[in-house]
Design a protein around this ligand. Structure first.
Ligand SMILES: NC(=O)c1ccc[n+]([C@@H]2O[C@H](COP(=O)([O-])OP(=O)(O)OC[C@H]3O[C@@H](n4cnc5c(N)ncnc54)[C@H](O)[C@@H]3O)[C@@H](O)[C@H]2O)c1
Length: 448
């Protein structure tokens, strides 16, 4: 990247490159905390901001509340100067602030940007000249310019404006999407290219210098909106392709064709095909939610995003499809869902993660309970499960000791800690929504 920076901004860029810059990360969650550790590992002094005092206390005591992040890694970061705080005044000490707060949907399925706007309003009074502010939360194109910039400009105590030209000092604002894939260790985090779009050339250059210190490749784009849309394209691509394969799975079942065998064969094609796998429905904080940020924004342009709506329809129906399969499996044993003892195996939205957000397991448990089943669950990551916006389960983890006493065992999440051969051997009926029992031959298995 050819430089447009001069004077104090050149100095800030040098601090980014030499790791002397102080980095503030707002939101110590699944995204912000691993990012903190990445910066710390590279020698940056990081301050983590969060509104939850309990999280801040845990981190400052050298502990962790995310399973795949060890207390040792937090303690290591502390040695590099990491500390956490609930005090936004400390923003004034930072050279750069990265915002990683939630972007859920509200009860009307519309973007809930209150965490982003709340954060920006909280940090704005402490923002200083020359500082770099980067939003990483996934959101619709236009958020940085329409929601972040005006709040930073109106809320700061020094009457600063967002820098648009290379020579402006002001506040430097950029958007850079988070591309983490929790539980996927095949690509090292620093090998995932980092897309960056600044509100001006100086913001882009500063953000590229900061991320360039920890990511091997930075991909600058021309504006925050391009960077925001890039993230949504990636997630919509996944959402649509998962819906496609979920629909084809249902057809294949009717045609007595194994969809997994089809996918395995198709993915031998060295170009033009990427494998997606069917399952019990979408989960996690991203794929079920992010596409609807764009559908909502599209309405402002009198545009209907049909692919997103259709994919949403197919994916949302998957837990109901699983319910039908459970009913069919029990029927073969002359049983109904009502009154049956049913164990749901795996609650997390995907394999080997401790994240329950939007998990289809919650819908499946609720549907089974509503149909009169006696439900239980096993998941090593969740000793208990309470209630959320869409569910009120209030259950505790059950051991696998008495698996033979259940009328059906439903594999919803294929954690690698399970011994699927043993589970099949000991169960009366196994409904496998993940192909976890691949290679096990048994009439007790219903794969769906
Ligand atoms: N989890 C993922 O795998 C993933 C992947 C890519 C992108 N994202 C996106 O990253 C963003 C963050 O997601 P996450 O999974 O880390 O969420 P999270 O819920 O795990 O963490 C968010 C953190 O922000 C804190 N917080 C909320 N409001 C705050 C405020 N005003 N000030 C300070 N802290 C505040 C919360 O207490 C929480 O600790 C979202 O936009 C999400 O869509 C997530």
């Amino acid at each position: 990247m050819t430089t447009v920076l001069t004077g104090r901004l050149e100095e800030l860029k040098r601090k980014m490159e030499t790791r002397e810059a102080r980095i503030g990360i707002v939101g110590m969650g699944y995204v912000g905390l691993p990012l903190t550790l990445l910066f710390s590992a590279e020698g940056f002094r990081v301050t983590g901001f969060d509104i939850e005092a309990a999280k801040v206390a845990t981190l400052n005591n050298g502990g962790s509340y995310i399973v795949r992040i060890t207390p040792e890694s937090i303690q290591q970061a502390q040695k590099a100067g990491f500390c956490a705080t609930t005090n936004y005044a400390d923003v004034a000490e930072m050279d750069a602030v990265i915002i990683c707060v939630p972007t859920p949907l509200n009860e009307y399925h519309e973007p809930d940007l209150s965490y982003v706007t709340g954060t920006v309003e909280s940090i704005a009074p402490y923002v200083k000249e020359g500082q770099l502010i980067v939003l990483e939360s996934t959101t619709y194109p236009g958020t940085t310019e329409e929601l972040v910039v005006p709040r930073l400009e109106s809320g700061n105590r020094r009457n600063l404006k967002v820098a648009r030209n290379a020579e402006d000092l002001g506040i430097h604002v950029a958007f850079s999407p988070e591309r983490e894939d929790p539980g996927n260790d095949t690509v090292a985090r620093h090998d995932i290219p980092k897309v960056v779009g600044g509100c001006g050339p100086a913001a882009s250059e500063l953000a590229a210098a900061m991320y360039g210190a920890i990511f091997r490749k930075v991909v600058p784009v021309s504006s925050p909106s391009v960077a925001e849309m890039t993230k949504l394209l990636e997630n919509i691509y996944r959402c649509v392709n998962i819906a496609l394969v979920n629909e084809l799975k249902q057809l294949c079942m009717k045609m007595d064709i194994d969809i997994h065998e089809v996918i395995d064969a198709a993915k031998t094609k060295p170009f033009g095909f990427q494998a997606f796998y069917p399952g019990p429905g979408l989960g996690g904080h991203c794929i079920p939610i992010d596409p609807f940020y764009l559908s909502w924004k599209a309405k402002q342009f009198d545009f209907h995003t049909r692919f997103i709506e259709l994919a949403g329809e197919v994916n949302t129906a998957m837990p109901y499809f699983v319910l039908d399969q459970i009913a069919a499996g029990l029927n073969e044993h002359s049983k109904s869902i009502k009154g049956s003892k049913i164990l749901v195996l795996g609650l997390a939205y995907k394999r080997d993660v401790d994240d329950l957000r939007e998990s289809p397991s919650l819908t499946i448990l609720e549907l089974l309970r509503a149909r009169g089943a006696k439900v239980a669950y096993n998941d090593p990551y969740f000793p208990t499960v309470g209630h959320g916006r869409h569910y009120a389960l209030n259950m505790s983890n059950t051991s696998l000791d008495n698996i033979g006493s259940y009328d059906a065992v439903v594999i919803v999440t294929d954690h690698t800690t399970y011994n699927y051969k043993e589970i099949v051997d000991q169960s009366k009926l196994v409904i496998d929504t993940r192909n976890a029992t691949k290679g096990i031959i048994s009439e007790k298995i219903l794969r769906c």
